[in-house]
Design a protein around this ligand. Structure first.
Ligand SMILES: Cc1ncc(COP(=O)(O)O)c(C=O)c1O
Length: 277
């Protein structure tokens, strides 16, 4: 497999990253996961825009990471991934200065830029049958809108969900369901698609943006408003959306005495989403 590091394409096995890298030492970095459908990178511009926004918030050197759209396209070609389903992973960190210290390293320290592509199995049957999820406290920091590689709280939640037979965790803060550990959360009530408000406690999900655009196009009402944990059972449909899950129905929430069948709005959104990919 050919991967990319700091301007070079190399066999992945030859890639070495310094133990001084601030991604390794501090999780001082950003990442993106981009989906490719038969060689076409879905929503690449939106992923790059989110990365640029994160870089601005973290005060990375302005565009210190080059044209990553082109890097991703080359990775697909070099790894024979121009047909079928694939994922490209991108990570940018604040580089590898010689001394570990919390404040930023000197301005000349180059960012570390890594990217790799791999074939991906979208497990489409989950989109047909739906998933079980588990409610868990949201223990993340107060800047969940920045897609940093500091994912410990997400990992612990995902693991706990898996150990309880759920495919994803639903993270709850102050009584409200915010999102999943690796996906966004949406509900449908009386024909309205409801999504948690985009605050600093939630990632600006690109798949959710796509769903919102589909709703606009198809005249399905879409509203950003809090989704309360204790009123989850009153929703007609629940779903997850994300780069890897696309649009996937939720059929069961552990601890809630109700089963949901994948509903008509979810099915419409799924179909329209596939139409776009
Ligand atoms: C915490 C979190 N929320 C939501 C999402 C979905 O975002 P996107 O649609 O951009 O993949 C992800 C994806 O990685 C995520 O990690």
């Amino acid at each position: 497999m050919i991967a990319y590091l700091n301007g070079e394409f190399l066999p992945k096995a030859q890639i070495a990253i310094s133990p001084e890298d601030r991604g390794f030492l501090f999780a001082d970095g950003l990442y993106e996961v981009v989906r490719s459908y038969d060689g076409r990178l879905f929503q690449m511009e939106a992923h790059l825009a989110r990365l640029a926004r994160g870089a601005e918030h973290l005060r990375f050197q302005a565009n210190g990471y080059g044209d990553l759209g082109d890097v991703c396209r080359q990775l697909l070609e070099k790894n024979d991934l121009t047909t079928g389903d694939a994922l490209v992973y991108i990570q940018v960190t604040r580089g590898a200065p010689s001394v570990r210290a919390h404040p930023f390293p000197s301005a000349e320290t180059p960012l570390t830029v890594y990217a790799a592509a791999r074939a991906f199995d979208p497990l489409r049957e989950r989109q047909t049958t739906g998933l079980t999820v588990m409610l868990l406290p949201d223990q993340r920091w107060a800047r969940c809108d920045i897609k940093t590689v500091g994912l410990t709280a997400n990992i612990l939640a995902a693991q706990q969900a898996q150990e309880n037979g759920a495919a994803e965790a639903l993270l709850v803060r102050d009584g409200c369901v915010m999102e999943g550990s690796y996906s966004s959360f949406l509900a449908v009530r009386e024909g309205v698609v409801i999504a948690p408000p985009l605050t600093n406690y939630i990632l600006g999900s690109i798949s959710r943006q796509v769903v919102e655009a589909i709703c606009r196009r198809e005249k399905i009402p879409f509203r950003a408003q809090p989704i309360y944990q204790n009123r989850l059972a009153a929703n007609d449909e629940l779903m997850l959306t994300g780069t890897t899950l696309e649009v996937t129905p939720i059929t069961h929430v552990i601890g809630i005495d109700r089963q949901w069948a994948p509903g008509p709005v979810t099915r419409r959104l799924q179909e329209a989403f596939h139409g776009l990919t």
